[in-house]
Design a protein around this ligand. Structure first.
Ligand SMILES: NC(=O)c1ccc[n+]([C@@H]2O[C@H](COP(=O)([O-])OP(=O)(O)OC[C@H]3O[C@@H](n4cnc5c(N)ncnc54)[C@H](OP(=O)(O)O)[C@@H]3O)[C@@H](O)[C@H]2O)c1
Length: 363
């Protein structure tokens, strides 16, 4: 059977080009997917430049992988000085695959210059309300797009579903979910018998956690995701509106990473006690990020361990999957539940390229 090559239905305007910031796990997967889709005959904006902390390289050949490898292996630290001089404007699609606050601070300015920004990094729309508002204002001023599908659920249809429900006039009354792959793994495997610390070690060894697992256990990453979800639902929450219960005991917070791992078993007693309390009630412990309107109309937002009855929409789930429940006027008895892989380089890179293709279709 002959299958004709896939082609984007809209030709790429001659001036559109991608600049990729970040050559780490996600950046590499982005280049691999760009090369693969091109090889399948899909029309994509070309990769015109790649940058990491050690520098910026233009790509004027058909070999972005070679440039990526060269840049990745380069040793000359340029301390990201290029960023102060970086000017992006109409036709540019800046893909942020870094975790850099310095870069996130530039998102609004690039949009204001007319460039589109597509990001996996949550530090643009998931931190202060002022920064998020600035990004929104900049989009409104120039019509440039901000692609954020990769920031929560790595492209699962969460943000667009919330936006479409809100645009359709549905009031979103609550959103709650398992929003961290590493915390999903920990809570899906912790059995209350073996020490919790042994599961943290296993998750770390399998690459499910950040290099420092406290970045996951603190709940700060989930706080950013809750902020991004709430803002997509039309609720302008600020950082301190989300109450976060960290799983890291106070005494372990200021330690070096090595010292933290040494004293990690200190976490075990509290986790065993929490598990036992839930188990006694026939419930399960999950790490949940949520916002909801209480019956008196108060909006609350929280991140932390939650004990759930087995019948709850979020009690199921396995492995590292994200699982999110959305309650609205329409979905008031049973929530709409969206579940699937919410982390990992391939799905994240796919979400970034989906956003690039959406921009290509509309501009
Ligand atoms: N991994 C996942 O599954 C996943 C899922 C969803 C979202 N994300 C998000 O995707 C982003 C990238 O994640 P990752 O796992 O690929 O991280 P990573 O492997 O640590 O790579 C980060 C890259 O960003 C570059 N970078 C950092 N600061 C920079 C700066 N100021 N200027 C230019 N480049 C800079 C780094 O440069 P050097 O190489 O020079 O250090 C590195 O290449 C993060 O925001 C993460 O939260 C990741």
């Amino acid at each position: 059977m002959n299958v004709s090559p896939l082609r984007a239905s809209h030709p790429v305007p001659a001036s559109q080009r991608i600049t990729l910031l970040g050559t780490g796990t996600v950046g590499r997967a982005f280049v691999a997917r760009h090369v693969a889709l091109n090889a399948r005959g899909m029309t994509l904006p070309p990769l015109a430049g790649i940058a990491n902390t050690r520098g910026f390289s233009r790509i004027d050949c058909d070999c972005p992988n070679a440039v990526l490898n060269q840049l990745r292996d380069s040793e000359a630290p340029s301390a990201s000085e290029w960023i102060a001089d970086a000017v992006f404007g109409p036709g540019d699609i800046v893909v942020d695959a870094s975790a850099s606050d310095v870069i996130a601070q530039q998102h609004a300015g690039w949009l204001r210059g007319g460039a589109h920004v597509v990001t996996a990094c949550k530090l643009g729309a998931g931190t202060s309300r002022v920064r998020w508002q600035d990004i929104r204002d900049a989009q409104a001023e120039t019509g440039a797009r901000y692609g954020d599908s990769a920031t929560v659920g790595a492209g699962l249809p969460l943000l667009r579903t919330l936006r479409e429900l809100a645009a359709g006039g549905d009031r979103i009354t609550a959103v709650a979910g398992v929003l961290s792959g590493s915390l999903a793994y920990l809570m899906n495997n912790f059995d209350g018998m073996r020490p919790f610390s042994s599961f943290v070690h296993a998750a770390h060894a399998a690459g499910y956690t950040e290099p420092d697992p406290r970045d996951d256990l603190s709940g700060e990453d989930v706080r950013r995701k809750v902020l991004i979800l709430a803002r997509a639902a039309g609720l302008a929450l600020d950082v301190e509106d989300v109450q976060v219960d960290s799983l890291v005991p106070l005494g372990l917070q200021p330690l070096s990473r090595a010292a933290f791992f040494e004293r990690l078993p200190e976490i075990d007693a509290q986790m065993r006690a929490k598990f036992a309390r839930a188990h006694k009630k026939g419930e399960v412990l999950k790490h949940i990020g949520r916002f909801e309107f209480l019956t008196d109309g108060t909006l609350i937002a929280r991140v932390g361990l939650t004990s759930l009855p087995a019948s709850h929409a979020l009690a199921a789930g396995a492995g590292t999957d994200n699982r999110v429940a959305i309650w609205t006027d329409r979905y008031c008895e049973n929530p709409l539940v969206i579940q699937g892989p919410g982390a990992g380089p391939e799905v994240t890179a796919g979400a970034l390229l989906d956003d690039v293709l959406t921009i290509q279709r509309h501009h």
